[in-house]
Design a binder for this molecule. Structure first.
Ligand code: LLP
Length: 421
């Protein structure tokens, strides 16, 4: 459920008409709903109520500090994957002891920053990384808390580009080698092993792969304990999918997911961490854009928008479906038309949807891409020297710009011309 609904014939974000935001900030822009963010966070938090736990929001999904602060104030920790994300989380007021650091290529510099600034744990992805973390910690006279990410070789049954839990993927260490690697970790002076980490992929719409992976993690916990390791924490990753199309069957709910966790690992007495990103932010954000032209092509009509693939890359990159709805509610029985929905960028990949049946639209009409809150703004670029679009946060009947649109001068002035030119 989200808080982007039609009221009095107009799409609202909570109690703010979208058209009002569009007049104030111009199009295109992203807008997020505080109530939806909090609702989704609470669903996860409550689903794990049966034991000690921390929901570490995977901030790669949407990393504006206003979003981080909203979630942190509700009790969320953060999952970060770079020094930039770590610093951003700290800047938003998240304490180091609520930040977990994931990612396959953490550099010495990143490790040093996190160790000195405070960190809940590093989720280690390889033996060489483990040695570097130990060495940096030893230099600093600190002990680094770690989990080791295991690759359970489970098929997440999701898009190949976002599946991470099969042996051919670059993530984690093979679960079959885990006991050796944990033995090695125990011998390194700068580390304290605190648990196990696993993350098998994103946009999972079925609970079975989670069940398989977590069952393997439970078995591994028992084996590692028998080897003498203190396993007190299980980080079970993120990945629960969201409904992208209203017409589709809905993926499982966080409560069902929480029940799978309880069933598979609940008996171990470990503190549970999860790292959801998409389910918290995805349906808490929409992309609002304006029709520039409607162009009749050979046997098709193009709806040309002022948003493009640089603003929302998911359709071009993953063939992702986003529902596209008019901001003015169509009257019942109003005319439908079929469009190829495209942006102004100069490549054919700049296509959001092909042959989409939608209410008939004209130049100047506003439309919204639903489910654009996760992996939307964060994956945008300035391709074609198009400014990054603003982000807006709504809270009940108020809204605030949380990232302003840069001016053209700001963008252009970032280049420097070398002396020989
Ligand atoms: N934890 C780790 C270690 C991850 O790699 C990810 C996502 C998450 C948590 C959060 O997963 P979520 O709950 O959001 O599914 N750009 C792609 C998605 C990439 C996901 C990468 N890792 C998209 O737009 O679909």
């Amino acid at each position: 459920m989200d808080h982007f609904l039609y009221r009095d014939g107009a799409l609202h974000a909570e109690n703010v008409p979208i058209a009002e935001i569009a007049s104030a900030v111009g199009t295109p822009f992203y807008v997020y709903s505080t109530a939806t963010l909090l609702r989704h966070f609470k669903l996860f938090d409550e689903a794990l109520d049966w034991g000690p736990h921390l929901v570490c929001y995977a901030m790669k999904a949407a990393s504006n500090q206003a979003i981080l602060k909203t979630l942190a104030e509700a009790g969320a920790g953060m999952d970060v994957v770079s020094e930039g994300e770590y610093r951003r989380a700290k800047a938003a007021g998240v304490p180091g002891e609520k930040i977990v650091f994931s990612g396959v290529g953490k550099t010495e510099g990143e490790i040093r920053t996190a160790l000195t600034g405070g960190i809940r744990q590093f989720n280690v992805e390889s033996e060489p990384e483990m040695e570097v973390i130990s060495a940096v910690a030893t230099q600093l006279g600190l002990i680094a808390p770690i989990t080791i990410r295991v690759n359970p070789d489970v098929d997440a049954k999701t898009h190949a580009k976002i599946a991470t839990g099969k042996s051919e993927n670059k993530f984690g260490i093979p679960i079959s080698r885990a006991r050796d690697v944990y033995a090695q970790a125990a011998r390194l002076p700068g580390l304290k092993v605190v648990g196990i980490d696993v993350h098998i992929g994103s946009q999972l719409t079925d609970l079975e792969p989670f069940e398989l992976a977590y069952t393997k993690v439970a078995e591994l916990t028992e084996a590692l304990r028998a080897d003498g390791h203190e396993i007190t924490r299980l980080d079970l990753g993120g990945g629960l999918g969201i409904p992208y199309a209203r017409s589709n069957e809905a993926p499982p709910l966080p409560t069902d997911y929480g029940a799978v966790i309880q069933r598979t690992v609940g008996h171990l007495g470990c503190e549970i961490e999860i790292e959801p990103g998409r389910l918290i932010a995805g349906n808490a954000g929409i992309l609002v854009t304006k029709v520039i032209y409607v162009k009749s092509g050979e046997g098709r009509n193009f709806l040309i928008l002022d948003a493009a693939m640089n603003d929302l890359i998911r359709p071009a990159m993953y063939d992702a479906w986003h529902d596209i709805v008019p901001v003015v509610e169509p009257a019942p029985g109003s005319d439908l038309a079929q469009y190829d929905v495209v942006g102004p960028v100069c490549e054919s990949g700049d296509t959001f949807a092909k042959g989409r049946m939608m209410p008939a639209l004209g130049a100047g009409d506003l439309v919204a891409f639903r489910s654009a809150g996760a992996y939307g703004a964060v994956m945008s670029s300035e391709y074609n020297t198009r400014p990054l679009i603003p982000e807006v946060l709504v809270h009940d009947d108020q809204f605030a710009v949380i990232r302003a649109r840069p001016t053209f001068d700001e963008m252009i002035d970032r280049d420097t011309i070398p002396s020989w030119l």
